[in-house]
Structure formats: structure tokens, C-alpha cells
Design a protein around this ligand. Structure first.
Ligand SMILES: Cc1cc2nc3c(=O)[nH]c(=O)nc-3n(C[C@H](O)[C@H](O)[C@H](O)COP(=O)(O)O)c2cc1C
Length: 733
């Protein structure tokens, strides 16, 4: 609800807001320039100035004093209306007062876009849109950054998003103030605010006395005067009309007494305040600040548009989806995806089914709502597996909802699992989905199948089986292009492990150049963080192999650790790379394995190439968050990956402690042994809120989990609780 409000208010008003903001920024310079040249008002009475001017200016009609201290005299001479700036101290006429043509032009543009009342209405609507934008933007920022307490946390993501968030946070308060005061002023213009009227007219006497002798003006400090209108000469009974900071009244020219008086009400005072805050007249510095903030509006508009365009490109599959409502669809296609590739398969299936005459609703598994599937004849579930047989991001809560079903949906289901046969829990989550659905008594449409490493052949085979089952023809269009693989050029490599039969290398690749448009929209290669994945496409095979990144894009390179597997196609090709050679690769986000921004200690546990992302966290830890590394290798002299860096990072505080275990030395040990040795310290760190991140092989991860279970069993929260709270995360292979 908040995002559409923000998007549509932004899109609808971006242009007008940019025009009013830029003209407002230019106008804010005038009060500032005026304040620089202004002389303080002299400590004289309004009556004194009125008398002086009356003597020196024939046909004097009115004196006005602005909140910023400028004095203007108005007179009617020889059929012409004249106005002059006045020196308050001497009552001397300084120069004809005229507003510059540019200022007038800017004011007209700012207030009404040169369109009269219609323009004023449009500008007022744009001010309302601005208010909606700043408030909804505030809520979205808090949501994106993880709560109100993190409102000032650094922004992440493409340049456009960071710029948008940073500018909004910097100038948001000022823009809200400008919008609010602008709305108030517009409401006043359209007569929507209560106004304190003039007192009823009371005629005065005929004889005239000097204003300096009039009691009503004699005691009024010039600084409090706003406007004094003189009686028309020869007009019997006409009086002085006086407006001050406190109210409005009539002064008898014969007696100098106040004849009638109305004090200014709250609405007028608020109006004055709004005027001052909006224009900076009387508060020039604030005006300049507001003007400066207004300059951000066009940039906010452009960066907002760029994000919109980025979302359109990146998430097209996810969005097209909701085109058919669940109530109207005969086929419900539910997608469980972490990295986004399963959405691409869903889109191809949707297109094929739609072409065959079906009406298909596509949505995330987390949006499972069987009560809305009024016309559904089948529910097709495409479920990837993440973690170790766990639910992917877009399937959160699905199993609980199935378990809570009172009555199974009438339309039968079919599950297609997406996974990687290299994982022990191959398509483990899809299996859980099927088991839960069957346990709920839900009828199954066809036997389940699995797609290994996004194999197009596996997918096409299942689609053929589905077509047979439904008795229709389904034509799959060629796969739409996902993120285009880029070629990464190797810049350097560090080799380890040959002596211990574990040839391993740290490979550092140059970052491909990104165009400005790609930066703005989040396209191209990056940005990424340590812990994200590099999907490498080996020559001769279209299936990607995933490597954890040991660097973030802010490091200026992409680094991975590779161990050569006997007969391994991809690891073999990577290990053969020499500087200058390149490989094809795609970035895959892995947000579950990021170090995060908070200050809680991190216990990093890894073995072999599992050190990769952990080293990346240490390298990026310039804030010196307490990071405690437990690292297992075979022998110190042969495969201590990042050995020299670890020493340096410990010296400069990026690593609080480093403990190493070697399995091929005399005092053979594994990381889990180190954990047991440091049990008290580990338990203390966990009770201080530490998060544990484990990366490496499956056996190591199992040993580590067992050790931690024992340690925390004695002291501290149970490991399952840490897992549930996201304080124990694994990246295992
Ligand atoms: C961090 C991570 C963990 C994974 N864990 C498993 C797993 O336990 N079992 C499995 O079969 N596949 C696993 N996979 C493979 C994915 O399920 C597979 O690549 C799938 O096609 C990804 O689809 P998605 O891009 O829509 O998330 C894992 C992939 C990643 C990146």
C-alpha cells in the first residue's frame, strides 16, 4: 500500500514538483540577499516615521514594513502610483522600489505555473503529493533498513537507490516543512482558512493632527508596524487603517485615538509563521536551507524513476505474474525461489499455458491462499531449495499454511523441485512440500519431478508430462535471457595446498566496467557483498557452479577460493586460468550469508575454501566490529589461505582473534576442537548477542554444529533458537 502510494505520487508529481522546487530554491536567494543588505530598523515609533514621510512625500498613501525589516512607501502623484524604498532612520526616500522582473517571473512560476487559479490548484495538489511522498518515503526507508531504529543506517544497493535514500534522509524534514507550509498558504489563497476580519468601520473626526502626536502611533515601535494606510485627503470621516504584528485597527485622524481594534487570531499567526518558514522572509538562513533541500527534488525524481526502471527490468517475471487474479484463474502457479531463477521458469510455463488457453495466476508460495482459488483446476508448485533442504525466501510460511488447512483444496497439486544434485538434500524442500500436501489430504495431479541445476532439459521433460496429463499441447518458448553472463578477467592468483594434495587457489578477477545507466538501475555486474555467490559457467556446460565471494564490489575486485576436484569440469578450468584469461559468470545474491551492519560480535568458522566469505567479512570490517575467526586447514605451510592477510587484519583490528586448527600436523585438530577448547569464551560471546557464521564442507559444518550444541547446552541459548533467530547461519557445500 505504501509503495504504490509513493510510486504514483512520485510519478504523477515529479515534473511539477521539480519546477516548483527549483523555482523555490531560486526564490530563497532573495530574502537571503535582502538580509545581507538590510540595516536594522531604528528604534523610533511608527508615528515618527509616518510624520516624516508625510512631510516629504506628497500624495503619500501607505507605508509597509516587511518582517525582514524593509520599508516601502506608496504614493499617488500626477495620476501615477509610485513606490519607494525608505531609509527608516532618516525617513529619506532611497530609490524606486521595484521587484526584479526575474523575481516576479519566478514567483508566478512557483505559485501558479503561469496558469492562474488552475495553476495554483495544480501546485497545491503537488504540495499534497510531496507531503505524501515524504511521509510514505519515511515509512519505506524504515522498512527497507530494518526498522525505525535503523533509520540512519547506511543505504545499500545500486547508486540510484543509495542516492535516493541519502538525499531523502538529508533533506526530508526540510521538504516536509516546505510541503506543509505550502499547503497552508495555498489553503489561505483559496479562502479555506478562518481569517480575522477587519473591525467594523467607525468614521473619525474631520480635524487632522500629525501622526507623531497620535497616541495610537506614538507608542507603536516601528518594528511592530506592518502597514499604515493614510486617510484619503478630502474624504470626510476617513481614518488611518493600521496593521501591526498584534492586530488590525482604525485610528482617528482628529484625536489620534484607536477607534476600533481586532487582535490577530491563531489562524493569522499560523499564516505568518507558515509564510516565514516557506519563504524565508524574516528567517533568511532557514530559507536558504529549504532552498538547498529543494534542489534535491529533481534528483530524487530521477533516481526514483531509475529505480522504477531497474525494478521493471529485474523483476519483470515476478510482476507480470499478478496479471490474473487468483479468483479468476484456472491454473495457480506458485513459486518458491531464493535467487530468482525459478521465476524465469515460471514465466515460461505461464506463457505456454496462457497460449494454450489457460488463465494463469502466478505468485509466490508465501502468498498461498486456497480460499481465493475459486475457479482453479490445478495448483502447480515450482519449489527451489535453499540452505540445507530449507525453504527459499519466497516460500516462507507455506508449509505452516498447508499444515493448518482444515479442508484440502479441491484443485489437485503438482510439485516440480528445483535444486542441485550436489547437495545431499537434493530438492529437499520440494520433498517437504509434497509430503505436507499429501499429509493434508490434498490430491496430487501427477508424479513429482526435479530440475537439476536449472537444466532446461529437465524442465522441458516435466512440461511435456504436464501437457500429456492435461491433454493439451504446451509449447515452451526459448528461455528468456536472465542476467547476461559477463566475462571476468583474472588479475592475480595465489596458489596453495599442492603439498597436501589439495590444490587450492585464491582467484582475483577485475570488475567489468558498468555504465552510468547500469549503476543507476542496478544492472550489469554488481554491486555485491562478501558472501554473495559467483555463478561460473564452465566451457562446454550451461549449468553454473557457485562460489562464495571473498570480496565486496567496494573492494574493487571479485575474489573466490577454488579447490580443484578430481575430474571437476569447472574447478579444473578455473585452476588452469592464468592472469589475463577470463571466465563467464553471473552474480547471485545470497542475503542469508551477509555479515550485516550491526555491532554484535561475529564468530566466523570455516575450513578450506570456506574461509573465502569470512575473509571478505574481515577485509570489509573497517569499523572494527569484534570478529573472531576459527579456521581449519591441513598444514600451516601449505594451505593456510589468506595467511598473511589474517596477520595484518588482526594487527589493524579488523579481526579481534584468529584461531587455526591443522589436520595434517603432529597435534592434529579440527575447528570444532578449537571451539570446545574455547567453550567459555564462545558461550560468553553468544550471550553478548554474537552471531555465528559457518562456511565450508558438510562434514565440518556437522562437527561444528555438534560442538556448539554441547557448548550452548551448558550455557546460553540452544542452537535451534539461534538458527530460528538468524544468529546461526551456514553456507555449506
Ligand atoms: C546457498 C544455496 C543453498 C542451496 N541448497 C540446496 C539444497 O540444499 N538442496 C538442493 O537441491 N539445492 C540447493 N541449492 C540449489 C538451488 O536450489 C538451485 O540452484 C535452484 O535452481 C535455485 O533456484 P532460485 O534461483 O529460484 O532460488 C542451493 C543453492 C544455494 C545458492
Amino acid at each position: 500500500m505504501i509503495r504504490p502510494l509513493h510510486r504514483w505520487a512520485g510519478l504523477g508529481a515529479a515534473l511539477i514538483l521539480s519546477v516548483t522546487a527549483l523555482s523555490g530554491a531560486a526564490l530563497s536567494l532573495y530574502p537571503a540577499a535582502g538580509a545581507l543588505s538590510a540595516v536594522p530598523l531604528p528604534d523610533i515609533s511608527a508615528g515618527h516615521l509616518a510624520a516624516t514621510l508625510q512631510d516629504s512625500v506628497p500624495g503619500l498613501e501607505e507605508i509597509r514594513v516587511s518582517a525582514a525589516g524593509g520599508i516601502t512607501a506608496y504614493a499617488f502623484q500626477d495620476g501615477a502610483a509610485l513606490r519607494w524604498a525608505v531609509d527608516g532612520a532618516t525617513g529619506e526616500i532611497l530609490a524606486p522600489a521595484k521587484r526584479s522582473a526575474l523575481q516576479l517571473w519566478l514567483t508566478n512560476l512557483h505559485r501558479s505555473l503561469f496558469l492562474g487559479d488552475a495553476g495554483r490548484l495544480v501546485v497545491a495538489a503537488a504540495s499534497l503529493a510531496m507531503l505524501a511522498l515524504t511521509l510514505s518515503g519515511l515509512a519505506l526507508t524504515a522498512r527497507r533498513l530494518g526498522g525505525w531504529s535503523r533509520l540512519l543506517a547506511p543505504a545499500r544497493g545500486p547508486l540510484s537507490r543509495r542516492l535516493h535514500l541519502d538525499l531523502a534522509r538529508l533533506g526530508g524534514a526540510a521538504l516536509t516543512l516546505s510541503a506543509l507550509t505550502g499547503i497552508w498558504l495555498a489553503a489561505g489563497t483559496f479562502g479555506l482558512l478562518p481569517e480575522t476580519g477587519l473591525p467594523g468601520f467607525v468614521p473619525g473626526g474631520a480635524a487632522e493632527m500629525s501622526p507623531s502626536a497620535m497616541a495610537a502611533l506614538r507608542d507603536l515601535p516601528l518594528a511592530d508596524l506592518r502597514q499604515l494606510t493614510f486617510p484619503r485627503p478630502g474624504s470626510a470621516g476617513d481614518v488611518f487603517t493600521l496593521r501591526t504584528v498584534a492586530g488590525t485597527g482604525y485610528v482617528d485622524p482628529a484625536s489620534g485615538q484607536m477607534l476600533a481594534w481586532t487582535a490577530r487570531g491563531w489562524a493569522d499567526r499560523l499564516g505568518d509563521l507558515a509564510m516565514m518558514l516557506h519563504t524565508g522572509r524574516g528567517a533568511a538562513l532557514l530559507g536558504l536551507l529549504l532552498g538547498l533541500a529543494a534542489l534535491s527534488v529533481p534528483v530524487l525524481g530521477l533516481t526514483g524513476l531509475a529505480q522504477q526502471a531497474g525494478r521493471r527490468t529485474a523483476g519483470a517475471a515476478g510482476r507480470r505474474v499478478r496479471a490474473v487474479a487468483p479468483e479468476a484463474a484456472d491454473t495457480i502457479l506458485l513459486v518458491g525461489s531464493e535467487g530468482g531463477t525459478t521465476w524465469g521458469f515460471a514465466e515460461r510455463l505461464r506463457a505456454a499455458l496462457t497460449h494454450a488457453g489457460s488463465s494463469v495466476h502466478v505468485g509466490p508460495m508465501s502468498g498461498f491462499a486456497p480460499e481465493r482459488y475459486l475457479r482453479a483446476q490445478r495448483v502447480l508448485i515450482l519449489a527451489a531449495t535453499s540452505g540445507d533442504g530449507d525453504a527459499p525466501g519466497s516460500a516462507q510460511g507455506f508449509l505452516d499454511r498447508v499444515a493448518a488447512l482444515g479442508v484440502a483444496p479441491a484443485a489437485p497439486f503438482a510439485v516440480l523441485g528445483f535444486g542441485d544434485s550436489a547437495f545431499p538434500a537434493f530438492c529437499g524442500y520440494a520433498d517437504k512440500v509434497r509430503a505436507a500436501a499429501r499429509a493434508a489430504g490434498w490430491a496430487e495431479l501427477m508424479t513429482p519431478a526435479r530440475v537439476d541445476r536449472q537444466s532446461p532439459q529437465d524442465f522441458a521433460r516435466w512440461v511435456r508430462a504436464l501437457a500429456d496429463r492435461l491433454g493439451i499441447a504446451l509449447d515452451l518458448l526459448p528461455a528468456s535471457a536472465g542476467p547476461e553472463p559477463v566475462r571476468l578477467r583474472l588479475v592475480s592468483r595465489r596458489d596453495y595446498g599442492a603439498e597436501v594434495q589439495a590444490p587450492t587457489a585464491i582467484l582475483r578477477f577485475a570488475l567489468p566496467r558498468r555504465s552510468l545507466w547500469q549503476r543507476l538501475t542496478g544492472g550489469g555486474f554488481g554491486p555485491f557483498l562478501a558472501g554473495d555467490l559467483l555463478a561460473v559457467l564452465p566451457e562446454g556446460d550451461s549449468r553454473p557452479r557457485y562460489y562464495s565471494l571473498a570480496s565486496g564490489s567496494s573492494d574493487g575486485f571479485a575474489e573466490i577460493c577454488v579447490r580443484k576436484h578430481p575430474g571437476g569440469l569447472c574447478s579444473g578450468q578455473l585452476m588452469d586460468l592464468a592472469p589475463g584469461d577470463s571466465v563467464a559468470a553471473v552474480l547471485r545474491p545470497n542475503p542469508a550469508f551477509h555479515a550485516g551492519q550491526d555491532e554484535a560480535p561475529l564468530i566466523l568458522i570455516g575450513a578450506g575454501t570456506g574461509i573465502g566469505p569470512l575473509a571478505g567479512f574481515a577485509r570489509g570490517n573497517r569499523a572494527q566490529r569484534p570478529l573472531h575467526l576459527y579456521f581449519g586447514a591441513r598444514a600451516p605451510e601449505s594451505d593456510l589461505l589468506f595467511g598473511e592477510d589474517l596477520v595484518e587484519w588482526q594487527k589493524d583490528g579488523r579481526l579481534a582473534s584468529v584461531a587455526t586448527a591443522f589436520s595434517r600436523t603432529a597435534d592434529r585438530a579440527y575447528v570444532q576442537d578449537l571451539l570446545r577448547r574455547d567453550a567459555d569464551r564462545v558461550a560468553a560471546l553468544v550471550s553478548q548477542g554474537a552471531r555465528i557464521m559457518v562456511c565450508g564442507g558438510r562434514d565440518m559444518a556437522r562437527g561444528v554444529a555438534e560442538a556448539l550444541e554441547d557448548i550452548l547446552d551448558q550455557a546460553g541459548p540452544a542452537l535451534v533458537r539461534l538458527k530460528a533467530e538468524g544468529r546461526y547461519v551456514e553456507d555449506v557445500y
